[in-house]
Design a protein around this ligand. Structure first.
Ligand code: NAP
Length: 466
């Protein structure tokens, strides 16, 4: 299958398109490698992950260029993603040797409860195109650290980053069959038989809520463990006491990282009426100053969207908001010529009910609504089926904590526009997903808990001393 550069609309590579036969081969490889990998020393697994971390750091420029060519993000952002992905691998190299269990006295004193953690077994890992390296690393890292073998299915738009990562694992000495990369354009056809095969014990998926829902029903047939990292509709609240320097910078990061194609992207800006005009104007100035273009070019801040359909969807959402009375501060148009470029856009006075307040925009469009009552703003922020990330800008600690606690999301950025870090639990509530990736919880998703009951028989009168 052809891989297309979204900045030029030209093919850059051809990749084997896996079919059902390839999927069966991957299942066999993962199943055969599982016992030895589960039985390997944690230090062995950790050392391999450390080596991959080192290789990723050493090959940052190459990995970043591959990513920019197949996905479009500017090189500087691609380098940041390589660093983030490598950090995730290192985090799980550290976690591999910290898997522990428990030893407890049963209350009646007649037994001991031993609790141990064991790898779940072969995992199917399905990732989207928007963070082609980091989304895979966030799953492969804990899976391998826990002792699970896996099959990684990249998005068809971005198989090259996953294949490059797979090569680094081979170079680092990962035994054959432990990690299998399966690029395919036929996921809908080959994934259900994989889930039904009896080999796969866990499905970890990052992608849209719609596909996540479908995969959950498929996984239910074999009662598979699942982790779901799904879509978001992040509210970004700016209270009247916010430091506007901080708020504008955070808004810019939360909106423009990855051209807005991030599940954590700020989707609805809810700004107190007393600061809305200044906030909108300053964010508009920040966005107007950006250079849009091919991410491979020096000085480019904003790359193309992933494909023509994504661009049409974003432009449609903007047109709908303008039709309903929103004001355009800047942007709102596609760029002429090749590539799926959309101007960085700021709209103010967006009317509640506009499609872009309920859809995941996934593009460089900041939609600003205003409020006068924080209570009502929190209610509006929570008025969505999604619950991934939310952002709060305020200098008042009490309000910061209260709003953070009341937002129905899995992650809150308090006076910051970035929440992703390997050391914190990443994930959502409501229809944004199940489970957490990263942090101390990340590896748990790939571990089963077993308990061994050990009766103790004491000679009467021994008092336990001999
Ligand atoms: P998507 O359409 O759900 O696709 C994600 C992955 O699932 C791709 O590899 C896709 O491959 C595969 N897929 C689609 N249908 C499938 C099926 N029936 N069976 C098996 N696999 C299937 O999502 P996307 O548009 O690529 O990615 C954007 C979405 O991901 C957004 O909603 C975003 O919020 C979400 N996301 C969430 C997180 C998070 O951590 N919560 C992180 C990043 C992105 P094909 O395209 O070949 O079908």
């Amino acid at each position: 299958m052809e891989v297309v550069n979204p900045a030029t609309e030209l093919g850059i590579a051809a990749v084997s398109d896996a079919d059902g036969v390839d999927a069966q081969a991957a299942l066999r490889a993962a199943a055969e490698a599982q016992p030895a990998w589960a039985g390997s020393a944690a230090r062995t697994r950790s050392d391999i992950l450390y080596r991959v971390h080192g290789l990723m750091a050493a090959r940052t420029d190459l990995l970043a260029e591959v990513m920019t060519l197949e996905m479009g993000k500017p090189l500087a952002q691609a380098r940041s993603e390589v660093a983030y992905a490598a950090d995730l691998i290192r985090w799980f190299a550290e976690e591999a040797v910290r898997i522990d269990g428990g030893y407890a006295h049963r209350p009646d004193g007649a037994a001991r409860n031993l609790v141990l953690k064991q790898p779940v077994g072969p995992c199917l890992l399905i990732v989207p195109w928007n963070f082609p390296l980091a989304m895979g690393a966030r799953k492969i890292g804990p899976a391998l650290a826990a002792g699970c073998t896996c099959i990684l299915k990249p998005a068809p738009q971005t198989p090259l980053s996953s294949l490059a990562l797979g090569q680094l694992f081979a170079e680092a000495g990962l035994p054959a069959g432990v990690l299998n990369v399966l690029p395919t354009s036929r996921a809908g056809e080959i994934v259900p038989p994989m889930l039904e095969s009896g080999v796969i014990r866990k499905l970890s998926f990052t992608g849209s809520t719609q596909v996540g829902r479908l995969l959950l029903t498929q996984a239910a047939r074999q009662v598979l463990r699942t982790s779901m990292e799904l879509g978001g509709n992040a509210p970004f609240l700016v209270l009247d006491d916010a430091d506007l320097d901080v708020a504008v910078e955070a808004a810019f990061e939360a909106k423009m990282r990855n051209m807005g194609e991030a599940c954590t992207a700020a989707n609805r800006f809810l700004v107190h009426a007393s600061v809305a005009e200044e906030f909108g104007a300053r964010l508009g100035d920040r966005m107007r100053a950006l250079t849009v273009g091919d991410g491979m070019d020096e000085g480019v801040d904003v790359g193309p969207l992933i494909d023509a359909a994504a661009r049409e969807k974003v432009l449609g959402l903007v047109a709908d908001a303008l039709d309903r009375g929103a004001t355009r501060v800047t942007g709102g148009r596609a760029l002429a010529g090749a590539g799926y470029f959309v101007e960085p856009t700021v709209l103010t006075e967006v009317v509640a009910g506009s499609a872009l307040t309920s859809a995941e925009i996934f593009g460089p469009v900041a939609a600003i609504e205003t409020f006068t009552d924080v209570e009502a703003a929190v209610a509006r922020a929570n008025d969505t089926d999604w619950g991934l990330a939310g952002y709060v800008m305020t200098r008042d600690l009490d309000r910061a904590l209260e709003v953070s606690e009341r937002l129905e999301v899995g992650m809150v950025g308090l006076n910051t526009g970035i929440v992703s870090t390997p050391s914190a639990p990443f994930g959502g509530i409501k229809q944004s997903g199940l489970g957490r990736e990263g942090g101390r919880l990340g590896i748990e998703e790939y571990l089963e808990t077993k308990y061994v009951s050990v009766p103790v028989r004491r000679r009467s009168g021994s008092g336990g001393s001999w």
